[in-house]
Design a binder for this molecule. Structure first.
Ligand code: NDP
Length: 330
């Protein structure tokens, strides 16, 4: 096929220096897959920021089109589940890491990776949610599976002004939880209250080394931050509570003790969105369609165009993006 489309391409030279360019590609340059999708919307996640800035080894195949999330319409398919015209979402599965990703007009994917776009959402809505929001929902589902309900006490959300955190705040408050939002951007307190946070705490309260056990403050938590923050969240979790661990914005380390687990029966729940089985993805997207208030989704979303992706990727790594960025690819 001779038609071309725009793409962002990450390359590296023999000295392993990375460069990022906007290029024109043709469909025959795409990798193997049984479904071609016209990309209508994508987003900029923290991981995309790491890929584009090269700050962490997210990209493991060169050259590569980054972008871990997309929504669009099937152009051609030889996969039994999909046909031309179907509206689909892709989150993860190594796309934008080892397989050409979302920052292109067209993507060629394995049909097993795709989830049907719920009727309630446009492609732009789905990408306003993106992997960040879908991970927030996976975290909520994990807390529910662990028996956590709003009547047990408050829930803390760390990295609350970020993508995962802001969707988690909106979802949990909509489900009736008393949400304590931990943020370094206390100037965003009103915005977080509008999203549904009942209390705001300064992330500095949690980000320094703390005691193995602290005063019990919350029944549950969703932590996008890791390191001392997660250790302190665990130390202040009530007896029998549970914390979903989904991110590492402060660090990959976990300088904690076993005290919360063996003295308070606290559970630590690991959340992975990338290789999550299809059934769990379908469940998460259908719960997002049911539980996420549309006005709150709009409140957390900033829309940009294709040309602004590279700058947004740098900003997210510097912690300067509030909520979610959605990219209109049309
Ligand atoms: P964002 O950059 O949008 O949000 C991260 C937030 O963490 C920031 O907004 C900030 O919140 C807080 N933060 C940043 N740096 C620090 C620091 N040094 N100390 C304490 N808090 C900090 O990223 P996302 O929401 O997209 O992703 C959040 C994390 O979740 C990332 O680590 C990402 O890699 C991970 N992730 C994991 C997934 C999985 O499958 N497990 C899927 C998606 C994301 P504030 O300004 O409110 O303080």
């Amino acid at each position: 096929m001779s038609e071309t489309f725009r793409a962002i391409l990450i390359s590296r030279d023999e000295a392993r220096n990375q460069s990022v360019d906007i290029v024109e590609m043709t469909p025959d340059q795409l990798m193997d897959g049984d479904v071609d999708v016209a990309v209508e919307a994508t987003t900029v996640n923290y991981k995309d920021g790491l890929a584009i800035t090269g700050k962490a080894p997210v990209v493991r195949h060169w050259p590569l089109v980054p972008g871990i999330d997309l929504a669009g319409t099937v152009i051609t398919s030889s996969h039994p589940d999909w046909q031309a015209g179907d509206r689909v979402i892709l989150n993860g599965w190594g796309v934008g890491e080892t397989h050409h990703g979302a920052y292109a007009g067209r993507a060629r994917l394995n049909g097993d990776w795709l989830v049907a776009l719920p009727d309630r959402f446009t492609a732009m809505d789905a990408m306003a949610i993106g992997t960040a929001g879908y991970t927030a929902m996976l975290s909520v589902l994990a807390l529910e599976r662990a028996g956590m309900t709003p009547d047990r006490g408050p829930v803390v959300v760390t990295g609350a002004a970020g993508g995962v955190g802001s969707v988690a705040v909106a979802l949990l408050s909509g489900l009736g939880w008393h949400v304590i939002a931990s943020t370094g951007r206390t100037g965003e307190a009103d915005w977080l209250r509008d999203l549904g946070a009942a209390e705001i705490i300064d992330r500095a309260e949690l980000s320094e080394p703390g005691k193995p056990l602290a005063k019990e403050r919350w029944a549950a938590g969703i932590d996008a931050v890791g390191s001392h923050t997660l250790a302190n969240v665990l130390a202040a979790t009530r007896y029998g509570g549970a914390v979903a661990c989904c991110g590492l914005a402060q660090g990959m380390d976990l300088p904690a003790s076993v005290a919360p687990f063996i003295l308070r029966g606290v559970s630590l729940l690991g959340i992975d969105s990338v290789m999550a089985p299809k059934q769990r993805r379908v469940e998460a997207w259908s719960r997002l369609a049911r539980d996420l208030d549309a006005s709150r989704l709009r409140a957390i979303t900033t829309e940009i165009g294709f040309e602004a992706i590279i700058d947004a990727a740098k900003e997210i790594v510097e912690g300067r993006i509030r909520g979610r960025v959605v990219v209109n690819m049309r």
